[in-house]
Design a protein around this ligand. Structure first.
Ligand code: AHG
Ligand code: MN
Ligand code: MN
Length: 334
């Protein structure tokens, strides 16, 4: 039998080679992954345990929450607040930062997460996922919002779990990107996709075309040129995908290249994009860059954006480097 490398073995061996890390980080990651396994279990059982459908509540962003948004959020918080590894947490589904209960010790990390991404897909049995980002926290006392508002380049780890036909974890600690598949029989994530790199050449783009009339000129130009196919300036035909689940789109791009766009649009000036900088854009940007791709707002490298608020939204363009660079170029020309 070939030796299977579990996530735990992989992390311990990887961290052993790094000077400034302790076992705390490995434990933290193990706890995040444990929470994701619990979420996977809930997602997988679906209506058998009555977890589908709307919760009839709204989050701070005015989005109607699904029952599973709240369940996933609660699982994350309960799996992490007692561990002693965290100074605080922030979640897409919580208005304010989440303090560590007084009875537990505090640690030196902050975790930010989107507990259930793509939750509009949950009732139609399509892939959803969880996204997380880890920062170091130097605050001596209780962390404040300011401690969370750090550039994506400061993340020490980012990852996502996709609850699809297989449950998979994609992870970076700033030393490349690795993919693991949950072996349900033994309850362990197994390294199945070592050193993931995004294929350079691509003929696939992902964007919600129904927003075309709201986009700015550079994005329209890019998409128009893709649609012109062989007869246009790109000289090749493109294929389009839109799953409405960022985890699934990013996973596809990691596997076979392409570009994913949720650009700035003119629908609502108070929302400079759909996706959230701290819970979605930053962790995905670190993963994509570590896999050799690029992630930009169109005007700035995502990891260099200085966050101004906890639930801030940003335009997102990520994937194969050449495509993202073309989009940046079109923005610079406008
Ligand atoms: P969430 O379910 O966490 O709110 O995120 C959904 C996001 C993202 O996953 C997806 O790419 C996008 O919203 C889909 O938006 P549209 O429904 O506007 O296409
Ligand atoms: Mn999301
Ligand atoms: Mn979500």
């Amino acid at each position: 039998m070939t030796h299977k490398i579990t996530l735990t073995q992989f992390i311990i061996e990887q961290q052993r080679d790094l000077a400034d890390v302790s076992g705390t980080f490995t434990l933290l990651l193990t706890n995040i992954v444990m929470a994701c396994k619990q979420i996977a279990h809930q997602v997988n059982r679906g209506n058998l345990i009555g977890v589908l459908g709307s919760a009839d509540t709204e989050n701070i962003q005015g989005e109607v929450q699904k029952k599973l948004d709240i369940i996933s959020h609660d699982i994350m918080v309960r799996a992490l607040n007692w561990t002693g590894q965290l100074a605080g947490m922030a979640s897409e589904e919580a208005d304010e930062i989440i303090d560590i209960p007084l009875q537990y010790p505090k640690g030196k990390y902050l975790v930010l997460f989107d507990p259930l991404d793509g939750s509009s897909n949950i009732d139609i049995n399509l892939s959803v996922g969880s996204i997380f980002s880890i920062l170091r926290c130097d605050a001596a006392a209780e962390p404040t919002v300011a401690d969370f508002l750090r550039k994506g380049s400061e993340q020490v780890c980012a990852g996502f779990v996709i609850y699809g036909p297989a449950t998979m974890l994609v992870l970076t600690t700033g030393h490349g990107v690795n993919g693991f598949t949950l072996d349900q029989a033994i309850g362990e994530f197994i390294l199945t996709h070592p050193s993931i790199t995004i294929p350079e050449a691509t003929q696939e783009f992902a964007i919600n075309m129904s927003n075309y009339r709201h986009w700015e000129a550079p994005v329209r130009r890019y998409v128009d040129e893709c649609l012109q196919g062989k007869e246009g300036v790109r000289g090749k035909d493109f294929n389009m995908r839109w799953i409405a689940s960022m985890v699934a789109e990013v996973y596809r791009i990691l596997m076979r290249g392409g570009v994913f766009l949720y650009p700035y649009d003119l629908r609502d000036p108070s929302k400079p994009g759909r996706l959230r900088l701290l819970y979605e854009a930053n962790p995905m940007a670190l993963i994509i860059e570590q896999a050799g791709g690029a992630c930009s707002t169109g005007r700035k490298r995502m990891l260099d954006v200085q966050p101004e608020s906890l639930h801030q939204r940003v335009p997102v363009m990520l994937g194969s480097k050449q495509e993202v660079e073309r989009l940046i170029h079109y923005h610079q020309m406008s």
